[in-house]
Write a protein that binds this ligand. Structure first.
Ligand SMILES: NC(=O)c1ccc[n+]([C@@H]2O[C@H](COP(=O)([O-])OP(=O)(O)OC[C@H]3O[C@@H](n4cnc5c(N)ncnc54)[C@H](OP(=O)(O)O)[C@@H]3O)[C@@H](O)[C@H]2O)c1
Length: 358
């Protein structure tokens, strides 16, 4: 369906969550052409009132009746909900921008970063996937380098905040920190395998049987290649994903091996003109990207750009993004804007995207 009258009927699934509330803020802030916004949650939060553009919207549970007539849905309620409801929403006539990992690697589903591969949207069959936050912020900074000199190999370590796991994880960090600072009994870890307060966990998500990389590390490697259109042979990637006791803002140390040489000065100049990137790089003055500085920003901050002394075609850099904004909600809303601009808010006939095998 294309926009008629005042705008689209937009659903936000997972509207009470860390990502969903940010999506509501951004739809209003960026004045997305919505005639109506309908927030959805589980039964637990049905009836909750959420602020949107100076009004209050009431959350409702998902049902066939409630999704009828939606044009566009931004969904962030976990993989299980997306596995079941994305095809049902598409059948009901809505285009779905999905924030979970469930559909990302499906071959019929474009995995889109607004500044990097918007053209991939043209082939959508009803579902568009929003990448993992770690891959998302990294490719915004790396795509201009890929275009200019090519990419050969990436070695990345992430420093990921607890908001990446959602509301309960933020509460867990706050409760444990409060208890330690007040000398009271520390609540046991529930969301994470170990205490997160005053700790660093070399595990983000889970280990599948027989794999010594976590599911987050696998996603980061596979999604980065899909977005940048590179095969495993063309772009080697090694990732270590780490959870740190930070509420918001993800930091990444990235070692970038290019195909052609690129000086750190040229890299700085290239990134200074790149969409969605802000170069923050005067380390001698204590100026570099910080998680505390990125909250609320839509750009990815890049700094500490320097030559790797161990390799003539390698640079090191520090990339920081707001995981709830550019890492999730901002890109989802940018994708919705691109779908609107390209007149793609319509489900192609016989859409029929099928679920991923895993
Ligand atoms: N946080 C991030 O930085 C980030 C970034 C990219 C992608 N993501 C992905 O986005 C998804 C949500 O993440 P989050 O951090 O926002 O999680 P969250 O804070 O835990 O929020 C989860 C949301 O899903 C809703 N929900 C849960 N079960 C549901 C059901 N059966 N039917 C309908 N709604 C249901 C919850 O509603 P109730 O209030 O009723 O429980 C809540 O609104 C996850 O798949 C995550 O991997 C997160």
């Amino acid at each position: 369906m294309t926009m008629a009258g005042d705008g689209y009927r937009v659903g936000v699934v997972g509207a009470t969550g860390a990502v969903g509330t940010t999506i509501l803020e951004l739809l209003a802030e960026r004045r997305f052409p919505a005639a109506e916004v309908v927030p959805f949650s589980s039964d637990r939060s049905a009836g909750t009132k959420l602020p949107y553009a100076g009004r209050e919207l009431e959350c409702r549970p998902l049902s066939d009746e409630a999704i009828a007539g939606l044009d566009l849905v931004l969904s962030s309620a976990g993989g299980k909900v997306s596995a079941e409801w994305a095809p049902r929403l598409v059948d009901a006539g809505a285009v779905v921008v999905d924030n979970t990992s469930y559909w990302r690697m499906h071959e019929d589903v474009p995995l889109v970063v607004a500044e990097v591969n918007p053209e991939a949207l043209d082939a959508h069959r009803g579902i568009v996937a929003n990448p993992n936050c770690s891959a998302m912020q990294m490719v915004v900074a790396l795509a201009p380098i890929q275009r200019a000199v090519g990419l050969e190999r990436l070695v990345v370590s992430t420093y990921q905040p607890v908001s990446g796991t959602g509301r309960r994880a933020m509460q867990e960090l706050e409760a444990q920190t409060h208890a330690i600072l007040h000398g009271s009994e520390v609540p046991p870890a529930q969301v994470y395998p170990h205490r997160i307060a005053f700790n660093v966990l070399p595990q983000v998500e889970t280990f599948k049987a027989g794999d010594d990389y976590t599911t987050e590390e696998r996603k980061m490697m596979a999604e980065t290649r899909k977005i940048l259109g590179a095969t495993e042979e063309e772009l080697k990637i090694s990732a270590t994903c780490v959870r740190v006791p930070v509420l918001k803002g993800e930091s990444e140390s990235v070692n970038v091996q290019t195909r052609e040489p690129l000086s750190s000065e040229d890299c700085r100049r290239l990134l200074a003109g790149a969409p969605g990137v802000m170069v923050v790089d005067s380390p001698g003055d204590g100026v570099y990207p910080l998680a505390t500085e990125v909250a609320g920003r839509d750009q990815v901050l890049v700094g500490r750009i320097r030559r790797d002394p161990s390799h003539e075609r390698c640079l090191n850099m520090w990339i920081v993004g707001d995981n709830l904004r550019k890492g999730a909600a901002t890109n989802a809303v940018q994708v919705a804007e691109l779908l609107h601009q390209r007149e793609l808010v319509r489900v192609p006939e016989r859409a029929g995207a099928t679920p991923a095998s895993s």
